[in-house]
Design a protein around this ligand. Structure first.
Ligand SMILES: [Zn+2]
Length: 385
């Protein structure tokens, strides 16, 4: 939301294209715009080191073909940038044919009014509200507020499923501990659709499970367009040990054990991995240091692999066990490691869901939701056992 528009020509002609990020989730720093070439980079404010999230708007460019140059890293995903012609409501992948050597080109329709580009498909509070409106008021659904964010925003919380206190099992799902990991939010929508579906899975889940959903653990980061990952001095998923600096984390640490009543079986923390390449283009579970918890998480993975029907295919062989590559955190700083110690828990883990590409299939809101349905089906199968 806070943008640094550097080097904007003071004498810009009235018909010159305009670039900004003054809207929820916006993240963009303009280096220069000259003719049909636009140089920009991601805003790394409040971030320790480099990351790749960016999201900006172009107006007054109808009929032109512009080439965008990323000046701080080739942060273009596996399907190219995402583009929106409807003011950020819907996005599509531009595709790699528009991408060349850290640049991408776009021809604007003659009547283009508000065209947005992003590293992937932004998901903001407005998306969540639209989703809740679409599913409508139902007795199995209770929307509440977990707490206020440091900037005074509501941090949303949703109870779904069997809400009369008699649920046999409880499941908590957290999302956006890392603000930029927006594709996981579409997956979350799919999980909720699965829980509310008029099928065997949905019915069983609604009769036996109470879900606690926390869609935006870093609400300010999401709305202010921060990277969120490696946020300074530490990000919300490194805030679970000792005294928490994020009110949402402090609230989860207080609420979840109380709410659980010893019946919290699963805590699933939804993430997206790095932008592209290798393991970042596979869905995977992330192992914690507790072997018994990891064994049960892997059993959940086996069930997910068996019951999945959507186009985005998960394979247990892609899981990242504790101690492998980057996965070496031992202390209970993350929600997964923290929750693994809660009484009655079966497993707590992160689920990494790629930004753009799973094997040869593209990640879109539709395919992400389909994968969410598969996760819901796996919850039911796992809990039945
Ligand atoms: Zn993450």
């Amino acid at each position: 939301l806070v943008c640094l528009l550097l080097s904007l020509p003071v004498f810009a002609a009235a018909d010159a294209p305009q670039f900004d990020c003054d809207f929820p989730g916006g993240n963009f720093i303009l280096d220069k715009a000259e003719g049909d070439d636009v140089s920009f980079h991601q805003d790394l404010r409040e971030t320790d080191g480099d990351w790749f999230y960016w999201y900006f708007r172009v107006r007054n460019a109808g009929g032109r073909t512009l080439t965008f140059h990323l000046t701080k890293g080739n942060h273009i995903g596996a399907r190219g940038p995402a583009v929106s012609d409807d003011g950020g409501k819907t996005f599509r992948w531009l595709g790699l044919s528009a991408v060349k050597d850290g640049t991408f080109s776009y021809t604007f329709a003659a009547d283009a009014a508000d065209v947005r580009f992003s590293v992937a498909m932004p998901y903001q509070e407005t998306n969540w509200k639209a989703f809740l409106q679409k599913i409508g008021n139902r007795p199995e659904l209770k929307a509440e507020v977990l707490c206020k964010s440091p900037k005074g925003r509501d941090v949303e919380m949703l109870h779904v499923g069997k809400l009369d206190g008699g649920a046999k099992h409880r499941v908590a799902i957290t999302c956006r501990h890392h603000a930029c990991e927006m594709m996981a939010s579409f997956e979350l929508e799919g999980i909720l659709e699965g829980v509310l579906a008029d099928d065997e899975t949905g019915k069983w889940l609604r009769e036996n499970v109470e879900f606690l959903i926390l869609p935006f653990m870093d609400k300010d980061g999401v709305e202010d367009g921060l990277q969120g990952k490696n946020r300074k001095p530490h990000d919300p998923n490194r805030d679970y040990m000792g005294e928490s600096i994020y009110p949402s984390v402090a609230a989860v640490k207080k609420l979840v054990p109380e709410w659980s009543g010893g019946k919290l079986r699963i805590l699933l923390d939804l993430h997206c991995p790095y932008l592209k390449g290798g393991a970042n283009e596979n869905i995977h579970l992330v192992g914690g240091p507790n072997p018994a918890i990891w064994e049960r998480a892997q059993r959940f993975g086996e069930i997910l692999q068996r019951v999945q029907r959507g186009p985005l295919v998960y394979r247990t062989q892609d899981n990242v066990a504790h101690g492998q590559t980057w996965n070496t955190l031992k202390e209970p700083r993350s929600v997964g490691i923290w929750a693994a110690e809660l009484p009655g828990i079966s497993f707590a883990t992160s689920l990494e869901f790629p930004y753009a590409n799973v094997r040869d299939k593209d990640v879109t809101p539709e395919t992400a939701r389909a994968f969410g349905h598969d996760v819901a089906a796996a919850f039911a199968e796992y809990l039945k056992q």
